[in-house]
Ligand binder design. Sequence first.
Ligand code: MCA
Ligand code: AMP
Length: 511
Amino acid sequence: MESNIWKKNLYQLFSENFPEKDHIFIQSTGGQSINYRELEKFTAQFSNALVNKGVKQGDRVLVQTKKSPEVVILYLACLRVGAIFVPLNTGYTESELTYFLDDAKPRLVVCDPNSNISNLDFQSEFSSISLETLGAHRSGTFIKLAERQSEEYITFESDGNDIACILYTSGTTGKPKGAMLSHANLGSNACTLKKEWGFNPEDILLHALPVFHAHGLFVAINTVLVNGTGMVFLPTFDVHEVIREMPRVTVMMGVPTFYTRLLEEDLFTDDSTKNIRLFISGSAPLLAETHNEFYDRVGHSILERYGMTETAMNTSNPLNGDRIPGSVGLALPGIDVRIVTDGKELDIGGTGNIEVRGPNVFSGYWRNPEKTAQEFCDDGYFRTGDIGYKDKNGYIFIVGRAKDLIISGGYNVYPKEVEVCLDEFNGIRESAVIGVPHKDFGEGVVAVVTSDNGKETFNSKKIISKLKEELAAYKVPKAIYLVDEIPRNVMGKVEKNKLRDIYKDIFLKDT
Ligand code: MCA
Ligand code: AMP
């Protein structure tokens, strides 16, 4: 593809595609907008501010802020400096944050003025780390510092192999791992998506996703930037606001919950979508019935694609051609996708582990060469942990996951992490955390527990509210069920399939 034009600093790749300077990059609903002239100026000032704080190439900048245009500028400034941008979910609690600080060892932390990260001990335990604040509407200490800086900055030169970002993704052992993505990983994927999804100079994207995950940050923002166009930038997914803003845009990206919530609104009609050319879904399975209902309502066939934090996007239904409900589409150009069982590639229709290889696949886990080695095959394929098959036309269908993962509203929850916290409660002997169908989030987190003395000596409401002090709220079980015994197979392994079967109906009835 176009002689590997992404083998460079990602910001440089973007800036080669910038349009005329007055073209709007971000329009926020509060009336704030940033054009490409301002984008260049602000990223230069932010870059100089990073350097002023001692940030050098390869240093980590850990960021936990609310979604704002300013945090996008900070991301781009990190690229320009060659620093590694490490965004964190705003829902993380203090104990979760301590782990990330310890692991990422950042030079600088940038957080919301009200973030609970600032409660951590930056005086002694984390005294080598600088702390700055950044809020919406140009507030915070980092903005004040940036405003005093020069408007010129020479972007760090890279051959693309330098690490641009680390995104944390949870592991089966319960400890999140930092996936290292290089400038070239991200650049190659952005170029591919721009082409495959037919992005053109008139496009405007509706952006209602969080910007601390690969979907909102890479799939959405990088594609807009490499296309040199603009986006309407909403702080969160508020269904009424989304319907109101829709006529201003041509493309929307979202997790399946966005689409099911739209379908619940009578106000959502084909009039709302009259200027839209493409709806894209990913991060979790889009039910075929949602796909079909959406088509019947507004005449749009949602384009479903499949990716991971570690790989960015791997497959996509076609822009022109059949978009098959229930399928995640075809391997993207330049990306190899194979189905494997016991080390052997399967024929068409065979169900097995999905493995991927290509310029999009990440460089490894941060400070974790053992885990990196485990997840890669000798011939460079990455083991996704997803299970699926390929049909005779190359369409891929995901049928399950080998990894013990719950995806709730597009957020990943690893049961082990929740089980470890539950098992520490007085009165709980053991726990098993499962995902069951949830009307809004696709899957909902549910816990099944046994008590120390076989009786319910605990109060599940209290446990849920206590858990919220330790875990981000989306990981906390929506319900806790007490049982006499957790079912295990002859190997002693918890039979989660059995539990899922039992609790899917009970939970649906309870909610
Ligand atoms: C919020 N809550 C949730 C979730 N979100 N519970 C379970 N799962 C969730 N996803 C809980 C809150 O803790 C709170 O509970 C209550 O719901 C209301 O919270 P609120 O913030 O008002 O919720 P919301 O604004 O309605 O958010 C729902 C959402 C959001 C819009 C679906 O979760 C979202 O934007 N999800 C997108 C995630 C995403 O971008 N994933 C991409 C990962 P309580 O009241 O009890 O405190 S990247 C990826 O997967 C790969 C690369 C890929 O392929 O894209
Ligand atoms: P994350 O680690 O947050 O990047 O989540 C990646 C996981 O999300 C993948 O390994 C899949 O299990 C799941 N995923 C992403 N897109 C889809 C999709 N379109 N259909 C089914 N699962 C998906």
